[in-house]
Design a protein around this ligand. Sequence first.
Ligand code: ADP
Ligand code: ASP
Ligand code: MG
Length: 416
Amino acid sequence: MRVFKFGGASVKNAESVKNLVKTIQKVGYKDTLIVISAMGKTTNSIEVVIDNYFNNKAALQSSIQEVRKFHNEILLDLFTSENHPVFNTINTLLDELNAFFKTNKSPDYNYVYDQTIGYGELVSTTIISAYFNQEGITNTWLDVREFIKTDNYYRRANVDWETTKNQISANFNANTLHITQGFIGSDANNFTTTLGREGSDYTAAIFAYCLNAESVTIWKDVPGVLNADPRYFENAQLLNKISYREAIELAFYGASVIHPKTLQPLQKKEIPLYVKSFLNPEAAGTVVSKGVDLEPNIPCFIVKKNQVLISLSSLDFSYIVEENISEIFSLLHLYKMKVGVIQNSAISFSVCIENNYDNLDKLLQHLKAKFRVVYNENVSLYTVRHSNEQVVSQLEKDKFVLLKQVTQATTQIVTK
Ligand code: ADP
Ligand code: ASP
Ligand code: MG
């Protein structure tokens, strides 16, 4: 078994879906499971729909219409006749989405989010499965929610490995080509859950683990894992080989090319992860596997924009010690803040966080009851792995550094 994952960029329009067929024909698809994300920026568009449902009902229908129109244009380009049953299936799926908003009674944002956001994946995989069949690549479409079982921590659900393993070994027939959704799963009551934004890589890894797959390949619009995000750094270089450990570090610090949870299940079973370009499928790309830490061994740069730097100090000059720190961390956990770097001294504590779930105000209110709080929004966190003084001072040039932390292998700076 091989597991392939195609992300949003690889299926962003009809042209790229056609290219996907060519890629699959080139690399072969025997005994393969293909995990696919929502098309292009569909997940962002559905986030707008959800936001409208809660905050701007007047715009709800037009935002759903946008999602419909986007997919309809792709359908019209891919299928020769509008009588193809896939038009109906997609319409029905999007009617179902609409109906959810009409009948839902839950005020829980996270629950509503998870019941609706995955329509991007349900629609994309339905279109691609039908298109593959039309092009002679016979395949079976699977509803991933019957396989990947999770708890009900909506928007960042945790996999129930036992049940997932059982579901996959009981119901998955490895001898045909399957197409399924990334990102979503379901809880014990069969409500849809999600694994966190960009979670489709993780879906691929979960299947690979449960199926003892020989490899996972994630197909990207870049040649592989580079030593820096090419959107922000010129002359980013391809990393040919990365160890699991190094890749886990890079993903942890925010190298957004691999979802951080992806690597652990693969490392446990030593399943290699290939990151390859769907524009050049024959090129080697990057392999993450057991062995050499990093080849070539060069500094790696990771930038996370739109971070928040919070600095806390005690109200009465008392020390910030274990007790306060554990309270601060419980609050960060409660509000689902992702921590990028921390620094503490006797009476102060700084933490750089990512406000992914729009909980900053609530967190600050809570913290202000106990501490003197200073915070900076819109800061950037740079992490340099295998850093040296020269590359760090080059990076610091023209930037206002708010916080800097240097350890043997890693330098982190927070800049405004
Ligand atoms: P997907 O289509 O799978 O969702 P993403 O857009 O999430 O793909 O990831 C691919 C993008 O990740 C690239 O276009 C690139 O801009 C960005 N990226 C960030 N860091 C790196 C890195 N270290 N190496 C390669 N690409 C990176
Ligand atoms: N479609 C989801 C997202 O954009 C999951 C993924 O692409 O991995 O976050
Ligand atoms: Mg992505």
